[in-house]
Design a protein around this ligand. Sequence first.
Ligand code: AMP
Length: 419
Amino acid sequence: MPVILSVRGMRDLLPEDTAHWQAVETTAAACFARYGYAEIRTPMVERTALFCRQLGEHTDVVQKEMYSFIDAGGEELSLRPEATVPTVRALVENGLRRGGLERVWYGGPMFRRERPQKGRYRQFWQLGAEAVGVADPVIDAEQIIMLAQLWNDMGVQDKLCLVVNNLGTADERAHHREKLRTHFRHHESQLDDAARARIDGNPLRILDSKNKSVQEVVNTAPLLANELGTASQQHVASVKNMITGAGIDFVEDTTLVRGLDYYNLTVFEWVLKDDSRRQSTLCGGGRYDGLSEQIGGPALPGCGFALGLDRLAALVDKASHPAPTCYLVTTGGSDSYCTTVAEQLRKNGLSVWRHVGGGNLARQLKKADAMNTALAVIVGTDEESAGEVTLKRLCDGEQQQVLTSRVAETAAMMMIQTG
Ligand code: AMP
C-alpha cells in the first residue's frame, strides 16, 4: 500500500517545533498584552463573500488562492486566507466592548493556495493585531513601536528593517489609478500581455512587473505621492515623527502597496535585511479605515498587522528542547506501584518519562542518559516491598534509596545539589 502523505504546502510541526513555537507565541502574547491587546479567536471558515470584495477582486489571493467550497446547505464558504477581515467582522457583529476602541490580537492558521517553497506554505500561521474604532495616528505608531519591542524581546531586531509608505485615501488612490490607466494606455505598445490585461482591473499591479520594457513605462508613471492631500500627508508625517522619537529607523518606499486592497494611509512592512532569502517579508500592516463599512458595518477606522509565525520561528534561535526530569526504570516493580511513584513525582511538579518495552537495567539507564534526563527512578521488587524507590543521579552516579512519600522532595534536593 502506498503511504498516504500530507497535502502539498501543509506541514507537520513536530514536538521540538511546537515547543519552540509556543515560546515564540508566549513572548508575543506577553508583548501585545503590555500594550492593552486582548486575544480574539475567530472561526477558520467564513462566508466567501466576506473576503472577495474586501481583499480585492483582482488580488491573487481572491482570484486563485482561496480554498473555497459549497457547503452541504448550499452556502459558499472559504478557509480564511487572512484574519483582519474576519476580526473586523467579529467586532462589527459583536459590537465594540471597550469604549469605542478595541485592541485585539489573534494567532492561528491561514490558508492560501500559493506555490509552496521554503517560507511559503499553503497552510501557514499568522500572529496579528488590530485596533478598531479610532483614526488617530497614535495607533499606527503604537503598533509599529510594539513590533519593534517584540523583535527586541525575540532577539531578532538586528535582522529586520522597517519600510513605510503612504497610500492616501480611497479617493486619492482612485484618482491616481485613473492617471495610471491613461499613462499605460498611452504606452500600450510597450506593455506585455499580462500588463495590458491589468490596465482596466488593477493598473497598480503593473508597477511590480519584472519585464524590462514594462519597467521603462513604469519608471515614468505618475506617482501616488503627487496625489496626496494635506490631511493624508499630515497623518503619515505624524506617525513617522512618533516612531522616529521612539528611536526606530525606517526607510520610505513609494512602491510599497501591500497585496490586499483594503489599506489606506499608513502601510508598513518589516523585511529581512539579508534578502538572499526569497521570502523576505516577515510582517506587514497598515490602516484600513473603510473596511468596516465595506462589510456592512458602521464607520469604524482601524489599523493592524500580521506577521508570519513560520518565518518568525525560523528566525528566532531555538532554545534546547527541555528533557524530562526523571526517567522511571523498572526491574520487576509492579505496574501499579510504578504508576503510584510516577504520579507522586508529577504531583510535585517534576516531569517523568516512563520506560516501556522491557530490557535489563543497563539498557534502560542508557536510554535515560540518551534523553538527557537528570535522574533515573529505579523501581525493583526490593524497593516495592519496602515502599521505596532508588534515585540515581545520572551525571555522577550518586544514588539514594528513599521512601515513596519522600521521593519528590529527595529528587528535587539531588537536582539542586548539582545545580
Ligand atoms: P499578508 O497577510 O499577505 O500581509 O502577510 C503577512 C505575513 O504573513 C507575511 O509577511 C508573511 O510573513 C506571512 N505569510 C503570508 N503568506 C504566507 C505563506 N503562504 N506562507 C508563509 N507565510 C506567509
